[in-house]
Design a protein around this ligand. Sequence first.
Ligand code: GLN
Length: 479
Amino acid sequence: MDILSLTIGRIADMVRKREISCLEICERFLDAVKERDGEINCYLHVNDKILEEAKASDSRLAGGGSPRALEGVPVAVKDNICVRQMPATCASRMLENFVPPYDATVIERLRDQGALILGKTNMDEFAFGSSTESSAFFTTRNPFDITRVPGGSSGGSAAAVGARLCMGALGSDTGGSIRQPAAFCGIVGFKPSYGVVSRYGLIAFASSLDQIGPMTRDVMDSCIIMNVISGRDSRDSTCLDYDPPDYTRFLREDLKGIRIGVPVEYFPSGIEDSVREKVQDAIRAAESLGAEVEEISLPHTGYGIAVYYIVATAEASSNLARFDGVKYGYRTPSHENLLEMYMNTRGEGFGREVKRRIMMGTYVLSSGYYDAYYRKAEKVRSLIRKDFEEAFRKVDVIFTPATPEVPFRIGEKKADPLKMYLSDIFTANVNLAGLPAITLPVGYSGKLPVGLQVIAPFLREDMLFKSASAIENHFRHTS
Ligand code: GLN
């Protein structure tokens, strides 16, 4: 048995029965990172203290301490989430030397349950992107084909789970950044309902859209991590005052009585044939498991990308105003006066895509354009949200492809931002509506994985995990 191939659920069980030590687990993963990460490039920073931490966990157990939910489990963390005394660069020169003095709430909760942080993962700079190519440091590669992208912006986390260089990871999802890379790397990526997971310690991109969520090998592991990280937090005012359920209770093997909606707008002519086929296979599988499937319409779907790129850039331009050379991170060495200090710091510290987003966001918020762009986008956002509300009067969950295509080649879209932005076509509307959604692998196109997306109503994670686990179970037994 290779430790690398185990799920969190399985390893937690082995630790409980003392069949394996925390040190053995962490040594195996650390060795794997040393062997393979030179090729995949998932990690920006590896925690060199993890073996000591694993030994401390073993001593605690030896001293009679009872094993916790994630005892000894090595977890990777996207580099926009603060981990005490590890760099949090957001894959940007701007924060290259920033080492936060505190843990994000999600990290505190992982540690409280015995998880060990293996390292910080690569991403698109400040989470702007769908390929990890906009990282200021290097591009992460897809573990299924190293000439292709792992997706983004949580590409390092997705590739680390896909290449078995950690047991599970955290990502953040503003327009698809957990789900799209998860689909590209053949893993499970979950974006919770808005407000279910605290964002204290997440370096903000677009605050009305951002959510932290788990990236894991299977649906059960996603639930295990959700049980640990979800729930109210007085340090994040957008976090709901809500008692999260035990997510692991929802796993099922059949879909009896579940009504699935398949929106026509999510199967446009431009979608890749192999993606369409695999997703249709999954829909047929759902029917064979007892679900009722019906075609639905989400008529404002086509406006999603435009609305998303107005709302998200507007919020980003405001959130990134804090990086001015005074309070955090990089400060230019060359300036004659204060204004020049600001300008040169931001000019030198941010990469091209970040500057593009700040310019777009500033433009759509500027006087004279605010009504034409930002205000109008917010109105269309309400229509997109209403489409989902209408649909969920008839169905329990919605099935769509996770992405319109399989992982593309490194460099293929880098010079064409609009093409890159279209990667979010099936994921961004879910963030605009604040809904929970998960992507999971449902087959391959050649050697590249294809993902299904399951969307549920607000706070109906029960429906989402039921459906996703039944589909996963089906494919596990047929593949
Ligand atoms: N790819 C999208 C973007 O570039 C989504 C990013 C994200 O979810 N962080 O904005």
